[in-house]
Design a protein around this ligand. Structure first.
Ligand SMILES: Nc1ncnc2c1ncn2[C@@H]1O[C@H](COP(=O)(O)OP(=O)(O)OP(=O)(O)O)[C@@H](O)[C@H]1O
Length: 249
């Protein structure tokens, strides 16, 4: 059974069409990476899937229980500590103070956020720590579906790698499904079960590739070879060139 199904989605911004006839389906527990060149509508599609925007055309069917989102910018409340930021969705849901605290601390531990830093404010945290807080805030509600919209694009290569490992581990442990937008094929090949390619003008998913093995069990060499194959021998990826060459093993 699919956790999410998008049917013939179309969208226009002030009369300009950016998405047309997009169909996709993601299974429960599956991590799907959505790739495509800059401006092709990936972010718009994720916002539609998550119910933040209403699509101009088509249907969104959500069969999951609860979702969370992680964006490129952590979007933390500047006046709240890391602990209170992580616990914020629980506060909105009316969860009691003691339980909020315990669950926020457990979520922080899951993303390897140091308990000693939970009392700090966002301005006192590094970019990587802020993004850990954002992921912990997503995980604290125990979602069975997570939307990631280029969450690690602004991070340096080593940190990006650690954050990807963290998402792989969290998805493996909590069995959530995910739609993960990225323009980095190495990232997609590392974290996903399946890669979906959006047309460069948003006119539908032009193809998909299932990745061998499980995320987390693939060696760096396998990931690299898979991406090289996609880039040099697979016509599906011919319009995607934005790969970080520094990640060559
Ligand atoms: N609020 C908006 N109003 C008008 N046009 C918009 C708006 N948001 C996005 N667009 C346009 O819609 C198109 C798709 O944007 P979107 O951000 O969905 O693409 P993307 O594939 O996520 O791009 P990127 O990889 O650069 O983040 C772009 O041409 C963008 O300029």
């Amino acid at each position: 059974m699919s956790a999410l199904a998008l049917e013939r989605i179309g969208h226009s911004y002030i009369g300009r069409s950016v998405l047309d006839h997009v169909d996709l389906s993601i299974d429960a527990g599956e991590v799907a990476a959505l790739v495509g060149p800059s401006g092709c509508g990936k972010s718009t599609l994720v916002h539609i899937a998550a119910g933040i925007f209403e699509p101009s055309r088509g249907n969104v069917r959500r069969h999951y229980r609860r979702h969370a989102m992680v964006f490129q910018e952590p979007r933390l409340l500047p006046w709240a500590t890391a602990r209170d930021n992580i616990a914020y969705p629980l506060r909105l849901a009316g969860t009691g103070r003691r339980e909020r605290r315990a669950r926020a601390e457990a979520a922080a531990a899951r993303v390897a956020f140091d308990a000693g830093d939970l009392g700090k404010y966002p301005s006192e945290l590094s970019g990587g720590m802020r993004q850990r807080v954002a992921i912990a805030r997503a995980l604290v509600v125990t979602p069975d579906f997570v939307y990631f919209d280029e969450p690690f694009t602004a991070l340096d290569v080593a940190l990006k790698r650690r954050m990807q490992d963290l998402v792989i581990a969290a998805a493996g442990a909590a069995h959530f499904a995910a739609l993960f937008v990225t323009h980095d094929l190495m990232e997609a090949a590392r974290i996903a079960n399946r890669i979906l390619v959006l047309d460069m003008h948003g006119a539908g998913i032009i193809g998909e590739r299932r990745l061998p093995g499980m995320p987390g069990a693939r060696s760096e060499r396998e990931v690299f070879d898979t991406v090289q194959h996609f880039l040099h021998q697979d016509p599906l990826f011919r319009h995607i060139h934005d790969v970080d060459e520094r990640q060559t093993p």
